[in-house]
Design a protein around this ligand. Structure first.
Ligand SMILES: [Zn+2]
Length: 197
């Protein structure tokens, strides 16, 4: 018998599926990985297919591109469809495992155009990735866009390292902030959690 309740598909917009076919199979430099992620974030704004965030999963050492995901909160009516969740979930589906750090797997890296929110910080820990690269991590994104990152633990960087996730921040920071300014210039809906009293 069919469940009477909805099922849910976390998918990429059509433009992103096309863009992925245009990228090289491997991207070596971390800056170039971030550049591809920033381009997806910018395109997500332009296509109005979600918030101004993108995240890429790569093999850390070979640079093999697994997937770049984008924020899908508004189009999918899903408050948890952040870019990190989209990218990690699709990567796990593509690789057929919930654990991107499983035995005999290459180390995987997540590259994101800003620091994780409270939810995505947890998702990063559970995903099995071994490396997190972000463009920036302070109040500036929130000041520009109005998005709330929630109560991230103060020692979140240390928590990553304690769990064997190497960490790099400040990669193409100014370019990332330009992307957030471009988003804000479109006078968008900012979908922080609860809007009502
Ligand atoms: Zn998030």
């Amino acid at each position: 018998m069919h469940s009477p309740f909805p099922s849910f598909t976390l998918d990429l917009p059509a433009w992103a599926a096309h863009e992925l076919t245009q990228l090289p199979s491997h991207i070596q430099a971390v800056e170039d990985r971030m550049r591809a992620v920033l381009n997806f974030a910018r395109l997500n704004t332009e296509h109005q297919s979600g918030g101004p965030f993108a995240a890429g999963v790569f093999e850390r050492d070979s640079g093999k591109l697994i997937i770049i995901g984008v924020n899908r909160v508004l189009p999918l009516n899903c408050s948890s469809a952040h870019a990190e969740i989209t990218a990690l979930t699709l990567a796990q589906q593509m690789l057929g495992t919930y654990d991107l750090g499983g035995p005999e797997m290459p180390a995987h890296q997540l590259v994101v155009n800003w620091s994780p929110c409270a939810m995505c910080f947890g998702a990063v820990l559970w995903s099995g990735i071994r490396s997190l690269v972000i463009a920036g991590a302070d109040q500036e994104m929130m000041d520009i866009t109005g998005f709330d990152e929630g109560p991230l633990p103060e020692n979140w960087r240390e928590e990553l390292r304690k769990r064997g996730i190497s960490f790099e921040e400040g990669v193409l920071r100014e370019e990332a902030l330009d992307g957030f300014r471009a988003f804000t210039a479109t006078n968008p809906e900012v979908y922080n959690g609860r809007q009502g009293d």
